[in-house]
Design a protein around this ligand. Structure first.
Ligand SMILES: CC(C)(COP(=O)(O)OP(=O)(O)OC[C@H]1O[C@@H](n2cnc3c(N)ncnc32)[C@H](O)[C@@H]1OP(=O)(O)O)[C@@H](O)C(=O)NCCC(=O)NCCS
Length: 163
């Protein structure tokens, strides 16, 4: 399995992976909307031979400054629980760190994301429209979160989902 940057040739196969992983269209439509709006900062795919089996997307938050949102991450059902999601998350976080992003936030299951260093505590002081027990953060630059506050605000395509 290799992980590489998503290209424009991958769009249809990425949609298939996201649809299959979530079993509904909302997240695949979100990925398409983020691709169209130009809000994608990091997008990676996992390849098993010629087969595209996983995908992850990081988008720039409208606030706080210098922070990314991780969502969604998707692995084809028949390839789940083989470490592919974890590898996509770790590679994405490495790239985000190298590029100098301050922190990453997500809405997810703490039991899964804690293993990558995300904590609910890191996100706690930020306002959010999402349920707090599932809003998690990970500081990439030491001390970065101390200087930030306000409301976590995702890119517009996420906000369109809520309306
Ligand atoms: C969540 C997902 C990306 C994880 O990818 P994966 O390749 O299956 O995960 P990994 O193999 O790296 O890790 C597997 C571990 O994660 C755990 N895990 C997977 N989904 C979980 C969840 N929703 N809650 C808690 N733990 C979860 C598994 O139980 C397993 O735990 P273990 O290592 O203790 O045995 C994948 O299962 C998926 O696409 N799910 C459907 C879409 C989704 O819910 N995406 C996340 C929200 S954006």
């Amino acid at each position: 399995m290799i992980i590489r940057a998503e290209t424009s040739d991958d769009v249809a196969r990425v949609r298939h992976v996201v649809l299959s992983a979530f079993g509904q269209a909302d997240e695949a439509d979100l990925v398409a909307a983020l691709q169209a709006s130009g809000d994608v900062e990091i997008a990676l795919v996992a390849m098993h031979g010629d087969q595209l089996v996983g995908h992850i997307l990081f988008s720039k938050l409208a606030a706080p400054a210098g922070c990314l949102g991780l969502a969604p991450v998707s692995v084809l059902p028949e390839f789940q629980n083989q470490g592919i999601g974890g590898a996509l998350i770790r590679d994405g976080l490495d790239i985000a760190t190298r590029k100098g992003w301050q922190a990453v936030f997500l809405l997810g299951e703490p039991a899964y994301y804690e293993r990558f260093g995300f904590t609910v505590a890191a996100a706690h002081k930020f306002g959010t429209i999402y349920p707090k027990p599932y809003v998690m953060g990970l500081e990439l630059t030491s001390g970065a979160l101390d200087a930030l506050d306000g409301a976590l605000t995702y890119a517009q395509p996420f906000l369109d989902l809520e309306s």
